[in-house]
Structures are given as C-alpha cells and as structure tokens.
Design a protein. Structure first.
Length: 135
C-alpha cells in the first residue's frame, strides 16, 4: 500500500487460476454528506501469467473494476469503523474515571486526505457539539 496526495495504490501478486500481477489505484476522498471516506476513480492493471487470460480480463474489465471498487470500499468502511472504535477507546482511557465524553454530534467537514509514506494524513474542519458528562 502506497500513495501520493489523495491517490492510493496497491500491488498484489495473485495465485491460482488468475495468477499474475495486479496494480490498483484509486483516490481516497471524504464525503461529508455520508460522513464516510470512499475510494473513487478506481483503475487497475492486470498482468496475467497466462497470456490467454488477457483478452478475457479485458472483455470483463468494467465488471471487474466495479467489483474491485465495491470490495475495496466495503473493506475501507470496516477499517474506518475499527479506527473509530480504537480512537473512542483511547479517549475513554485518558479521561478521568468520573468523566464521560460524547462526540456523537460532531460532524466532519472539508476533510483533506494526503497519503504519506508512513501514514494517511487527514486535515479539515469539524462542527457540532462535544458533551462532557460527570455522572
């Protein structure tokens, strides 16, 4: 997994009947209306070990691209839920025992994604309310 700017790229070696090399690129963007990160404009290059597979792969290129984009976005949504849960766990651990923090009303806006060699960097604005409760 690598990237530059908003573009994410991935190189995969495939085995089995579809053995070969697969390179995938897509743009990682934030959709404020859905409060989700999504991969758009996915494209791929498939270099099968068996040259007879190349015409079949080209024939079904649109369907393959759509299936890859759908699967990638499903994985991204699952990872995002996991990251959010980790963040909430960390926030819970650093808060004093007698304090509860509620960030459910916070909405992200104008998020910019930048791929770095060691991280995915996010910057932008958030709006809403953070609740601090003393039960």
């Amino acid at each position: 997994l690598a990237g530059q700017g908003q573009q994410v790229s991935l190189n995969v070696s495939l085995g089995g009947d579809a053995a070969g090399e697969l390179s995938i690129t897509a743009d990682l963007v934030f959709v404020p209306e859905r409060q989700q990160f999504v991969l758009i404009d996915l494209d791929y290059i498939y270099a099968p070990e068996d040259p007879l597979l190349k015409p079949q792969a080209e024939l079904f290129r649109g369907l393959i691209r759509e299936a890859l984009e759908t699967a990638a976005n499903q994985q991204l949504q699952e990872r995002t839920r996991q990251w959010k849960q980790r963040l909430l766990t960390v926030l819970d651990k650093i808060m004093p025992d007698e304090v509860e923090l509620d960030i459910s009303a916070v909405q992200l806006r104008q998020m910019q994604v930048s791929m770095a060699e060691d991280a995915i960097r996010l910057s932008g604005l958030a709006s809403g309310h953070i609740g601090v409760y003393f039960p």
